[in-house]
Design a protein around this ligand. Sequence first.
Ligand SMILES: C[S@@+](CC[C@H](N)C(=O)[O-])C[C@H]1O[C@@H](n2cnc3c(N)ncnc32)[C@H](O)[C@@H]1O
Length: 378
Amino acid sequence: MVFLYPQTQHPLIPQAHSVEEDRALASETKNFRNQLLLLLQNQVDKISADYSDSDDSESLYRHIRQELDANPEIQKAHQRRSTLQDRLWERVANNIKSDRDRLAREYASLLKIKDKGGLELNAKLDCPRHQLKVDIHRMPGGYLQDHDESDFWTGAIYDSGVFLYGQGWFGGLNDELGHTLINNVLRHYYPEFTPQKILDMGCSVGHSTLPYTSEYPDAEVWGIDLGASLLRYASARAKALDKAVYFSQQNAEKTEFEDNSFDLVVSHILLHEIPSGARKKVFAESYRLLKKGGMMIHLESNLFLSPPTLASRYFRDTEVWVNSEPYLASSKLEDFETYTQKAGFNLEDLEILCVPGYYAQQKGINKKSWTTFCAKKV
Ligand SMILES: C[S@@+](CC[C@H](N)C(=O)[O-])C[C@H]1O[C@@H](n2cnc3c(N)ncnc32)[C@H](O)[C@@H]1O
């Protein structure tokens, strides 16, 4: 089995594509990644055994990094990692191209649905420069590519790309992270908390945003992102799935919402894609936007925050340049306590909870892959 869950079809998923070819690429990527992790682990074990000062873990890691970076077999593997990522985007682009006319028609007819949520775009938005510097994940054109007022293609590329990249681990609708935050954090640790107004920061195409509409049907749900094309797609996709979300093009570091306007402010895998200064601002903005008694919950991957082995740390650190993830390794876990406190929360009101993924857990996989920073505004 290659995909943990099959992709859920909706009108904006390319239909004319070859699932067999997607599967073959996913399988090749999975096998390659397993072999690479094994190779890294074997090399790390060997280098550690020969290293005299292996008690000092930081100097050991620096030494490992130098050795692995200079190893021709590993250099070749890095090239293949990048190539596989580029092939993923190529497949997605081909899939979309082969169904382009139908997708454009579906998008146009979804636009006509007026009574579900909303979409506010701001052509004058001043995008933070850190998002303009590189195409994160080597996605051609990047998250913010937007050619004209009818452009929803960046969103279409992102939606299919995430499914192929995640190999179905994020569920058929790529909504694992929203369900994880709701079911494994909110419902589990804060069962009494019933937010009425919810904001998802860095929502992209709304993968994680939509579950809040089903789980809190009385709530008003907002998603913000920098990318206009992503948001056009998000809005059309939400309508296709019959969900009401208000999407708005805003900078999560400094939004246009008034003080004290939300009960719950969340983000899902936003933090690892922005630099430390921006993380600090996102925490401060979350505090400003929350009503008294409201909660901020930001969810991130453990692999990013605290890789469990030296080999996985090396894998994470090389994602920075192999997979164009410039900010991945730029905050330590304890830095987030500082961001929380500087934002205005009391440190004793912060809980850092590690939880398993919602869909993974349903398949019996209980590994705690996700870390959440939860703080209440008192
Ligand atoms: C990895 S994607 C997030 C995925 C999404 N939260 C989910 O769970 O499916 C990161 C998103 O954050 C957005 N982003 C980055 N910096 C931002 C900022 N300062 N304000 C708002 N959105 C931002 C990017 O445009 C991108 O869509």
